[in-house]
Write a protein that binds this ligand. Sequence first.
Ligand SMILES: [Zn+2]
Length: 338
Amino acid sequence: MTPLKEYRRKLWSPKQTYIRLPLDEVLLSHIDVRNHTLRLTKTGFLFQTYLWICRHKCLFTFIIFVCIPVLLYTFLLLLSTTQVLLPKNIQSNSIRRLLLVVAHPDDECLFFSPTLRAFQAQHRIELSLLVFSRGNHVGLGNTRARELLGSCQALSIPIERCLSLDLPNIQDDPKIWWSQQELIPIINRYIDLWSIDLLVSFDRQGVSGHINHRAVGLAVREIITSGNYTKAKIAYELQSVTLLRKYSSIIDVYFVFISFVPRILRALLSSIIPFNLISPPNSSRVLLLSTPHDYMTSRTAFASHVSQYNWDRHIYLIASRYMFINELNSIEKKIIGQ
Ligand SMILES: [Zn+2]
């Protein structure tokens, strides 16, 4: 056997099937062969990982979209009663009553159920609900007002503090802006009447972009930031997210977890490092998660909104991250004289 044939046999033996390089190229020189071999050795782990993913696509998809999100969600749920996710000022006993201000019956289920369940079930804060319309856009106002009572019952909101208003200038309409001058005195009246400590509402985007949501959220913000007297000690607005994140269910926990990593690290490191070398956690953000029991309670509450239980709502209850995750941002209260 000639030396060239012997060399070819060694390089292209049946056992070396992983070397799929063109044979002519491999045989160009001994140095080239060594370089190729070295490159394959260096990328071996990545290459093997890639091969494994190609061979187990279903399992890989299951791990990425189910296993890891569930693990991260469970980890955050374990931290949900600590200061890592919920600031000390909310956990203090001075916060006893919460008022949720929304625009339509069913907003409390579709967007705020993790907030309501976490505050009521985990922190024993009394709930109140003020809904500025009866959702009478297609003439179902009275029906939806009745359905709201069933939802409040499921969410442990006392019926006497579960209110849907029916005012001539504030009716469910996606094209008519609600005047702040009309909303603000009404909210203030119920803050005083129900001795509210904590206000929660939509942010400027209103989660779905509905202008009634945005008007209500802006009215709450105006009450807190205007410097006018209010009994409410703290106010939070529900963070809106992109459409992709909104309908990513608990997979959105990837984004949420990353954003809370600095606070989690600080909580872990502060017990190791005796000095307060790390800046205090940002208490302006709150993360509230539904337990499986909370989620089922929220579904039961939404089942009361029979007139709204269309086919797309079945998808929403599974696909929407707002059924599982609420991120609240603090509205900074303006002190008179500042
Ligand atoms: Zn709404």
